[in-house]
Structure formats: C-alpha cells, structure tokens
Design a protein around this ligand. Structure first.
Ligand SMILES: O=P(O)(O)O[C@H]1O[C@H](CO)[C@@H](O)[C@H]1O
Ligand SMILES: Nc1nc2[nH]cnc2c(=O)[nH]1
Length: 296
C-alpha cells in the first residue's frame, strides 16, 4: 500500500500519493506478470500524440484503471492505456496519455508510471508533449527537441522529488542541468534531417506551468524574456524523476499553437487547435520516433 495519507513529519509535505520503492516494485511486477514484452524503451505520448501506438507490432494493452495507483487520464486526446509492443524490432512500452497536475493529481501520482517503467528495466525514455510556441520564430507544426526546461512550479516546491528520498531510486540532490540526453538530441536532429524534416525541427527550452488556464499575454512575455521557447502543462515532473533514477531522456514538443504575445490580439489558445495540430503532424512524429528507435 502507498505510504500513509496525510502530513508527513519527515518531509513536512502532504504525502498522500507517494509510493515507496516496495510499492513500485510490486506494481511493476504485477504489470510484467500480465505481458510477454520486456521493454528497455519507454515512450510517453502527449496530447493527441498517442497514435504512435497504432504502429506497434504484437500489441499488449493494459488500461490505466487496471493498474494499482496509476492516474487515470481525464483529458481528451489521452486514451489512458499502457501499450506494450515492438517498434522497429525493439520492445517498447508506450503510455497513450498522461496525467497532469491540473486534473487534480498530486505530483507524486503523476510520476508513478515513470518509476514503474524504471523498475521494469526501461532505460531510455521518450517524453512528448503538445506545447505553445513562445519563440516567435517557431511555426505551428514545428517539432522542438527539448534541450532544457524551466520548472516554474518548482519555485514553489512542486517537484516530484520533494519528500523523503529513497537512494534506491536516486540521490537526494540530483543535478538537473543535463536532463535531456545530448546523444539522443543529436540523433533526433540527424534523423529528422535525413527524413527531410529540417525545415520544421527546432531546438529549445520547455517551460512547465500548472495550467489549466492557458497563459496571459504578460506571462508569455515573461517566459520569452526568461529564455523559454515553448510552454505546456506536463513533461517536467516525469523528466525530473527519470533523470533522478538514471534513465536516458529525450524530450520532444510539438508546437501546436502560437502563444499570444500581443495585448490587442484576437487570437486565443484552445485545446481543439492543440489536438488538430497533433493530428496533422502525427505521421511525422511517428516516423521520427520510430526511425530513432530503430537506430538505438
Ligand atoms: O503536455 P500534454 O500532455 O501534451 O498536453 C498539453 O495540451 C493540453 C492543453 O491543450 C495541456 O495538457 C498541455 O500540457
Ligand atoms: N500552457 C500551455 N500548454 C499548451 N499545450 C498546448 N499549447 C499550450 C499552450 O499554449 N500553453
């Protein structure tokens, strides 16, 4: 069972959905008991990007609601299924949808699937998302290779590593300046160029915000000054935990809309546009990730 609900005297935080190492071991084993696949590669699909599951061979599917502790997705574009299968001859596990803070989940709950993947021996993690473009040189439909992130809620201690540390997962004070693998960033860039995607591949910094409101104009302008290229409401908690436990991480954002930078603009962000752009670029995202996986 998860650690006791309520206030944790050691960490001083409400620790209701924090899972111990033994809890995660048990959950990982219960998932492995249900599938034949033994993946070393994990893929988390962002809003509208779960179509990659369709190209997996020998699929084995488990609904999140059938896995102890897994947060159930409540957002359109997030199917809420763990899909095992083969991609380019490699065994992979793919999350078709994720949970977000704004759905009401505690940050410790959001990252549980990443720790479960770790204990299933996943070593390389692809994390994708839909994001708004802060960088005005970016176009809708661009694919941004994440080189770094800005954990804005982290300024208020919203970080999945808050609380007692279990060294079996990773160190108390993990560095976070190299969360995104240089090797995988280069591989994605080169692969994208070979596939003729150079014109819409970008590199940049992703900012995590709590949502669910999209940003105000002033917030967007602030992020631009802070050096952010794209913003969204996910990814960073998962990446911090993956980095903590020594996974090699590749982050990819699809720029689904341009953030509004002008106070008099008539444009407004909306989730329908996010999903539409995801649909339009789905095939390219699939081809890019599949080709990179083939080369691993
Ligand atoms: O980050 P993903 O899960 O791709 O979803 C993005 O799209 C939704 C907003 O349209 C938000 O949840 C935002 O984070
Ligand atoms: N915060 C945020 N998340 C997004 N996800 C997709 N587009 C956006 C956006 O413009 N802002």
């Amino acid at each position: 069972m998860p650690m006791e609900n309520g206030y944790n005297e050691v960490s001083g935080v409400v620790n209701g959905s924090k899972y111990s190492y033994e809890d995660v071991q048990r959950i990982a084993q219960s998932v492995l008991d249900r599938v034949k696949c033994r993946p070393h590669i994990g893929i988390i699909c962002g809003s509208g990007l779960g179509g990659l599951a369709e190209v997996l061979g020998d699929k084995e599917i488990i609904q999140y609601e059938d896995i102890e502790g897994f947060p159930v997705s409540t957002v359109p574009g997030h199917a809420g299924r763990l899909v095992f299968g083969s991609l380019q001859g490699k065994q992979v596990v793919l999350m078709q949808g994720r949970a977000h803070l704004y759905e009401g989940y505690d940050v410790h709950k959001i990252i549980l699937p990443v720790r479960v993947m770790k204990l299933m021996e996943v070593r390389i993690l692809f994390v994708t998302n839909a994001a708004g473009g802060i960088n005005q040189d970016f176009n809708v439909g661009d694919i941004m290779i994440i080189k770094d992130h800005f954990n804005m809620p982290g300024f208020a201690a919203v970080n999945p590593l808050v609380g007692p540390n279990d060294d079996r997962f990773g160190p108390r004070f993990p560095p976070a300046s190299q969360c995104y693998s240089y090797r995988l960033r280069k591989l994605i860039q080169e692969t994208g160029e070979k596939l003729g995607m150079k014109d819409f591949i970008q590199n940049g910094v992703y900012c995590f915000l709590g949502g669910p409101s999209f940003e105000t104009v002033t917030e967007c302008r602030f992020l631009k000054v802070a050096g952010v290229d794209a913003t969204g409401m996910s990814t960073v908690p998962e990446v911090l935990v993956a980095n903590h436990c020594g996974m090699e991480v590749c982050g990819i954002s699809l720029i689904t809309n341009k953030c509004v930078m002008d106070y008099d603009s008539k444009q407004v962000a909306n989730h329908e546009e996010v999903l539409e752009t995801g649909e339009k670029r789905a095939k390219d995202m699939q081809q890019l990730i599949s080709t990179v996986v083939a080369d691993l």
